[in-house]
Write a protein that binds this ligand. Structure first.
Ligand SMILES: Nc1ncnc2c1ncn2[C@@H]1O[C@H](COP(=O)(O)OP(=O)(O)OP(=O)(O)O)[C@@H](O)[C@H]1O
Ligand SMILES: [Mg+2]
Length: 341
């Protein structure tokens, strides 16, 4: 089954055509980073406007790269998927409108996809043999969640973030350090040149709960900077390395504790922060040590992209079919993770 998918939940306009959830025929991601970097964060109004400006070109590029056009679309595409939430409402509506209009004109079924599920299943694109149950660790700009995936579409959310998401913590830390947006990749790069033992930031393990909280860690960085203004490139690299170490150790420790406690043999990562080089290293090392298989998507599938939406849509239609209620198709900024029927 060929699924044409559109993702516009935040600041990436993306379209893709994917065969049977795993064979990428095309993937186009157009990032708005340059627009939002000036403001050190996403400006929702600008995000919606930029999606409108980009969406047609992104769709055309994705179709062209897969050898599809609007004359042969009906032959080559079996269903159209789109991100229905959570995300910025104005941004979501652009993708929903485009996807549903195309589906209507070409008489194709539409599959609404929860963005969080896109991150949960993004590792499947390259590892189609993964079978539930597994522990999903979603670490992104808006989420830090550990979820038991008992079966496709059957979830038990163990923990969420109580304040800042992991990606948000990196973005805000970067702002304090005078680094550009998004902070995650910049801090990662500088951290690779620094000493992670230089400063001992707290590890917010939040014992007794599977929830996360990174706001205290952020405050401790702020307090440190007040007392110790950045005085050299080396100092900046050391701060980045020490901060990254605290975030990643916390994520890794809690994830493996949860996997062990619930007897899960597989951990599957997703979301932009899984692109972090220390996350990848530490999770893989701990996986080997604890005999737990760890799956991490390639970087392009960690951050927002339409291929993960197509992959999830494929898994979803296998279980739920191709007919969805109007209420399932409604874009929702704060859509929760809901079990598939
Ligand atoms: N190498 C990296 N190290 C750490 N963080 C990273 C890295 N690359 C990207 N990120 C972070 O990932 C986040 C973006 O990821 P993603 O696109 O999955 O989030 P989002 O879509 O904005 O949020 P959500 O998926 O929760 O709605 C940003 O906060 C960014 O700083
Ligand atoms: Mg995302």
């Amino acid at each position: 089954m060929n699924i044409f998918a559109i993702e516009t939940s935040c600041d990436e306009t993306s379209a893709a055509i994917v065969l049977n959830g795993t064979k990428i025929k095309s993937i186009i991601v157009s990032s708005q980073i340059k627009i939002h970097a000036k403001f050190s964060g996403i400006v929702p109004e600008l995000a919606s406007r930029s999606h409108i400006e980009n969406i047609n070109l992104v769709i055309h590029k994705a179709l062209k790269a897969a050898g599809v056009n609007f004359l042969n679309f009906r032959q080559h595409v079996d269903a159209v998927a789109y991100t229905v939430g959570p995300g910025l409402l104005g941004a979501l509506l652009v993708g929903a409108t485009a996807a549903r209009s195309i589906a209507c004109v070409y008489k194709k079924p539409v599959i609404p996809v929860n963005h969080l599920e896109g991150h949960i299943y993004s590792a499947f694109i390259e590892n189609e043999f993964i079978k539930p149950p597994f522990l999903s660790v979603v670490i992104s700009g808006g989420h830090t969640a550990i979820i038991i995936v008992k079966d496709f579409g059957k979830y038990k959310v163990l923990g969420n973030t109580r304040d800042d998401a992991a990606g948000e913590a990196f973005d805000k830390a970067a702002k304090m350090l005078g680094l550009r947006y998004p902070g995650g990749p910049v801090i990662d790069k500088k951290a690779n040149k620094g000493d992670s033992n230089a400063i001992r930031f707290p590890r917010p393990y939040m014992k007794g709960t599977w929830d996360f909280s990174f706001s205290g860690l952020k405050t401790s960085l702020l307090n440190y900077l007040r007392k110790n203004p950045i005085n050299s490139k080396k100092h900046l690299n050391d701060i980045c390395a020490s901060f990254r170490q605290a975030v990643v150790e916390t994520l890794c420790f809690k994830s493996f504790e949860a996997a062990k406690k619930f007897n899960l043999q597989q951990i599957v990562l997703g979301g932009g922060v899984s692109a972090n080089s220390l996350v990848r290293k530490m999770f893989l090392q701990n996986g080997q040590k604890n005999n737990i298989k760890v799956f991490i998507p390639s970087s392009i599938y960690c951050t927002d992209n339409a291929a993960m939406i197509a992959c999830t849509a494929y898994l979803k239609q296998k279980k739920c079919g191709l007919e969805y209620k109007q209420s399932d198709l409604k874009s929702s900024a704060c859509l929760k993770l809901i079990n598939w029927n």
